[in-house]
Design a protein around this ligand. Sequence first.
Ligand SMILES: Cc1ncc(COP(=O)(O)O)c(C=O)c1O
Length: 391
Amino acid sequence: MSALHQTAPYDVEAVRAREFPWAARGERIYLDHAATGPLPQRARDAQAEANANRAELWRVGFDYFWAGIVQGRELAARLIGATPEEIAITTNTSQGVNLAARALPFKAGDVVVSSAGEFPANIYPWMGLEKAKGVFLELVPMKHRLPDEDALIAALDRPNVRALTVSWVSFATGAKLDLVRLGAACKARGIWFVVDAIQGLGPAAIDVKACHIDVLANGAQKWLLSPWGTGFAYVHRDLIQELDPPAVGWLSMPASADFTRFLDYDYAFYPDARKFEVFTAPMHDLKAMAASLSLFLELGPAAVEAHVTSLADHVVAWCDERRDVRLVTPVERARRAGLLNIAVDDLAAASARLAAAGVSHTVREGGVRLSPHLYNTTAELDIALAALAPR
Ligand SMILES: Cc1ncc(COP(=O)(O)O)c(C=O)c1O
């Protein structure tokens, strides 16, 4: 059985003690992974080692740093059910979205469908495409403040639609889209499917092939518990050959692989997703990303999803019993991941109480956003919820 499907529960207390000792010591209740993820101990160690080696780089060979890139591609591929050849290392989500917007062969008059309420990282690159190529971005209105999956699918049948681009999980409401359903709808119509996965991947598991995703963009700084400036993009293998990289890197070409023959220019890309990488990369930080990704694969992405789902269930049940709060996030398990938005009457007061209780959280779009992850516990949630709305 691949790590992707491993669902056996793991020992949360052991993970806390080993990887998040400050949490085990009760120094902070960190429920803000939708903003930025802390680094597990193994990533801290990898980063500290890499920084020390970077400072005195003659002590290690270049291969030591390069391994972060190679491992990053391999582990990211395993995490999402892809092959390393389909992974390009990026520094954030936006780079992957721009890759999709600028490399997919759109022409003037084409239409890209998305949902209202998207985070701007998945809007501006497409607005830029409108200006550059005359490709129209159509935003499908939400229903009850949530993305409307039926309406998104219906919009695909309008004239000239060439692509659907969505966030897997909404940054504001935590609503999770059914990517299998949307991907099947795109495939049936020959429409490209682009996904910003940053708010879903980690707390939820994904198989990009089952979802028929063409391009997936993912910064690793939030739910993948990795340094800022790390991330990756997936490009379906059938598309790689056809796409022209929006930015051309010297290491996108096999001709540059031989460092003794840089001047033998040969404008021919790698046949895999390396063609989309524009170097030099933050190699010391990528060592830390590789360490963090290894934690997910060790615990099992599906097991992490099961744990986060049970934490979210706890919050959902608590909200259900109260009249003074309203869960903005959908109640159904299939329609949420780790991000929970709870509307309360006096948002500022609730946020101040959470801060006083030592709970990291965010206020977003009229609600308090709590985003627990693989090492959080229901005991931590109970402290947060008691602060959110004391009886
Ligand atoms: C849905 C979504 N996409 C993208 C981003 C961030 O994009 P980037 O990684 O390019 O900074 C965020 C959060 O900051 C987000 O919530």
